[in-house]
Design a binder for this molecule. Sequence first.
Ligand SMILES: C[S@@+](CC[C@H](N)C(=O)[O-])C[C@H]1O[C@@H](n2cnc3c(N)ncnc32)[C@H](O)[C@@H]1O
Length: 253
Amino acid sequence: MELPDHVLRNRAYWDRTAPEWVAPGERNWAKNEPSWGVWGIPEAELHLVDDVAGLDAIELGCGTGYVSSWLARRGARPVGIDNSARQLETARRLQLEHGLEFPLLHGNAETVPYPDASFDFAISEYGAAIWADPYKWIPEAARLLRPGGRLTFLGNGLLFILCCPDDDDAPPTDRLLHPQFGACRWEWPGNDSVEFHLSHGDMLRLLRDSGFEVEDLIEIQAPEGAVTRFGGFDPAWARRWPSEEVWKARKRS
Ligand SMILES: C[S@@+](CC[C@H](N)C(=O)[O-])C[C@H]1O[C@@H](n2cnc3c(N)ncnc32)[C@H](O)[C@@H]1O
C-alpha cells in the first residue's frame, strides 16, 4: 500500500534521528518502574499501565520499545509497531539484551496488519499520539480493540504547541503564537517532519465518533525543581501551564 506523504517524511526523519534515541531507550529499558513524558512523571501518579496483566496490548509508535517492555514485565502480551526500521533495530537489540521478546512490526500505526478486536489495550507515548494522523490512527485503534478495551496516549498539550516559537528547540513563550482553530497537521518551519495536534474539543469529538468514551484527560504539570534533557521545554513554563497531556478512553461495549 502506498504510504501517505507524512508517513514517508516521518520515516526518513526518525530513521535519521534514531541514533539520538539509543541511550534514552537503554535507560528506559533498564527501569522496571515506568516514568512518563519529558518530566519523567512516575507511574504511581499517572496510572497509564495499571491492570495490564493478561492483556493483549499494542504500542502504536513504539520507538525503542521500552513502553512495551514495561507492559511485558507487568504480565501483558505486547506488540510494538513503528514506522522507523532504525528505531526497531534498537528495540530488537534491547529485547535480546534483556531477554524479553515480543513481536515488533515495521509499519504505519494508521493501518495495522492485525484483525479487528485483536487487543485489550493500546498505548502511545509520543508515538502515533503526535506523529500519526489522528483521523486515521484513532479509528484504527478502535478497530483493533475489543469492546471495553482501553486506549491511553500521551503527547504535547495543545497550549504548549500554540505558545512555541517557530525556531527549533526554542522554549514556549507566555503568548499564543499560533491559531487554535484549524489545528491538526503541524509542520515546524525548517523541520522536515510532520506532527499532529488537535484541540481538546476536536479530540473529544473524534474519540467519541470513533466509538470511545473518554475516561480522563490529565494535563501534566512539571514537578517542582523539574529538569529535562529535552530542548524546547521550559520547567518554569510547565509549572504554570500544561506542556503535556494524557488521554484515557475506553471502547464502548
Ligand atoms: C518519540 S518516539 C516514541 C517512542 C517512545 N515512547 C519515546 O518517547 O521515545 C516516536 C516514534 O513514533 C514513530 N512513528 C512516527 N509516525 C508513526 C506512524 N505513522 N506509525 C508508527 N510509528 C510512527 C517514530 O518512528 C518514532 O520511533
